[in-house]
Design a protein. Structure first.
Length: 158
């Protein structure tokens, strides 16, 4: 849950073992490198319950390590409280967006701005495709998209 007095972002994908933990780790590193970690509450979550308490996919961890980026993420499912406590909920594709908007509709006092992370991509790649059934190169593509989008998001929030 987001902390009062800080900016907050929750990254969301279907299972929270590939895309959203990559985005979370990338954004954590960016705010740390910028010296503004204390200003942010950052997490990631899933629209589904399939991988709750699981670590990220080994290929996601390998990709992050190749970019000197660490993660201690454990998958969790989005909660009603997330919609009331996070400033931004940034998701990876239209299916995530539909699920989040449906869940948000069941929550009073929703403060979160729900958007596609790809809406911040300077290269205009709106969708961050799920690499789960793909190759190491697909995880690298996700990493690069998340890096571009997170940099742009951070700039717009600064």
């Amino acid at each position: 849950m987001a902390t009062a007095g800080s900016k907050s972002v929750l990254f969301v994908c279907l299972g929270s073992i590939c895309r959203s933990p990559i985005a979370e780790a990338v954004f954590r590193k960016l705010v740390s490198d910028e010296g503004v970690s204390h200003e942010w509450s950052i997490d990631s979550a899933a629209t589904s319950h399939w991988n709750v308490n699981c670590s990220p996919d080994s290929r996601a961890i390998k990709c992050l390590k190749s970019h000197d980026t660490e993660t201690s993420h454990r998958a969790r499912q989005v909660t009603k409280e997330d919609f009331m406590s996070y400033d931004y909920i940034l998701c990876m594709d239209e299916s995530n967006l539909r699920d989040l908007k449906r869940k948000c509709g069941q929550v009073q006092n929703c403060k979160a701005k729900i958007e596609l992370l790809g809406s911040y991509d300077p290269q205009k790649r709106l969708i961050i495709e799920d690499p789960y059934y793909g190759s190491d190169e697909d995880f690298e593509t996700v990493y690069q998209q998340c890096l571009r989008c997170c940099k742009s998001f951070l700039e717009k929030c600064s």
